[in-house]
Design a binder for this molecule. Structure first.
Ligand SMILES: *Cc1c(COP(=O)(O)O)cnc(C)c1O
Length: 426
């Protein structure tokens, strides 16, 4: 062994994994079991008291999931991670550690449509209030912060238009406010952007998208950067106050720079329950092995398709940060130099009806509500994912009536362009 630090592609294949110590299995086995036998009564007691690390019950942890957690923590440059059942589960588990009823988060207005729903309805019902800010206007984050603000939430590459967020500028606002910056890195994946390098304190993912990459398994993950001081001003009592169910330990004091990941596991996952199936963890791990190869191909194909669309007479605008004239091109070259991702939108001169027609006429593209599949996908946000928003909110979140969203897969780019060409003519 050399003392070289492994590169990203090596970590994508190896981080967290080793041959199975009992069988020699080289691929990570699916530990399809609910529970784990204790060595003896003392061992059981120490596991329950958080004095020892080990497996108890798959709702709280599982060896297959543990490999996935170590791998994504390594790829993101975090101290620890916690895998959960979906991207939405990751978001609720994170915020449950930080907010009490009446508290607030400041969230970027440009978010995945499902996150806008989750924040607006479910979180409101929990008494967690959301103040929306515009990621293109950093001062709007500053203005939205109040003494009850407990976190700032953004996407690195934002849905649905693939805009690039100035993470460092918003991280500076979070630091000044004394709250953690949470970055949803789903559309970028750590291959393109590592938010922790730019000041994020917590990274969340929908593993369902590019990390799993094959459109076959839901999952989510929370990565702890290990950077935030949770004890300051007693603002985060879940982390700083004694936990009666764990013999009075304080989570931050006991677990230091991976305290947040521990809190999400031993408080959040324990009580809310959205555990990831070990089978899904296995599928996602297999997907991650090829993340660097897939992601580069996704980006290269997306750029070719965006270039094609930008010269097409039926198209009025293309929002792809990888195009030289795009308003996010400078941010893309700073934050995501290997490519601008594979999810972007474009506008049709024919408006709402042309959008509906296009999705009906495409043959190779699948019309569905997902992104980050090997297959190319298309959706018309105004009639689907963003249909619940009023017209002004649709426009604000990048889902105006004439807008179509693409998630470009890893097929041959010539075939994707030919399919778009025939559908735009039809
Ligand atoms: C899909 C998605 C989510 C939600 O993830 P699920 O796995 O579907 O729960 C959150 N954020 C972004 C950016 C997404 O694309």
């Amino acid at each position: 062994m050399t003392d070289r630090l492994p590169g990203f592609s090596t970590l994508a294949v190896h981080a967290g994994a080793q041959p199975d110590p009992t069988t020699g299995a080289r691929a990570t086995p699916i530990y399809q079991t609910t529970s784990f036998v204790f060595n003896d009564a003392d061992h059981a007691a120490s596991l329950f008291g958080l004095q020892a690390f080990g497996n108890i019950y798959t709702r709280i942890g599982n060896p297959t999931n543990a490999v996935l957690e170590e791998r994504v923590a390594a790829l993101e440059g975090g101290t620890a991670a916690l895998a959960v059942a979906s991207g939405h589960a990751a978001q609720v588990v994170v915020l449950q550690q930080l907010l009490k009823p009446g508290d607030e988060i400041v969230a970027a207005r440009k978010l995945y449509g499902g996150s806008i729903n989750q924040f607006t309805h479910a979180f409101k019902a929990f008494g967690w209030n959301v103040a929306w800010a515009d990621p293109d206007e950093i001062e709007s984050f500053e203005r939205a912060v109040t003494p009850r603000t407990k976190a700032i939430f953004i996407e690195s590459i934002a849905n649905p238009a693939g805009s690039i967020t100035d993470i460092e500028a918003i991280a500076a606002v979070a630091r000044k406010a004394g709250v953690p910056l949470i970055v949803d890195n789903t559309l970028a994946s750590p291959y393109l952007i590592k938010p922790i390098d730019h000041g994020a304190d917590i990274v969340v993912h929908s593993l369902t998208k590019f990390l799993g990459g094959h459109g076959n398994s839901l999952g989510g993950i929370i990565v702890d950067a290990g950077t935030f001081d949770w004890s300051k001003d007693n603002k985060y009592p879940m982390l700083s106050e004694p936990r009666p169910e764990y013999h009075g330990i304080r989570i931050q004091e006991t677990f230091g720079n991976f305290a947040f990941a521990i809190a999400c596991r031993v408080l959040g996952l324990r009580d809310l329950g959205p555990a990831l199936s070990p089978f899904n963890a296995f599928m996602i791990l297999t997907g991650i092995e090829t993340l660097p190869l897939r992601m580069q191909k996704h980006c290269d194909n997306a750029k070719a398709v965006a270039e094609f669309l930008s010269t097409h007479p039926a198209v009025s605008a293309v929002n792809y940060a990888g195009l030289p004239g795009d308003r996010y091109n400078a941010l893309q070259r700073k934050y995501s130099p290997k490519g601008a991702g594979a999810v972007f939108t474009f506008s049709l001169k024919g408006g709402y009806d042309a959008g509906v027609n296009l999705v009906s006429n495409l043959q190779l593209f699948s019309h569905l509500a997902n992104v980050g599949d090997t297959r190319s996908l298309v959706i018309h946000p105004a009639s689907t994912t963003h249909s619940q928003l009023d017209d002004a909110a649709k426009v604000r979140s990048g889902a105006a009536p004439e807008v179509v969203r693409l998630s470009i897969g890893i097929e041959d780019k010539e075939d994707l362009i030919a399919d778009l060409d025939q559908a735009l003519r039809a």
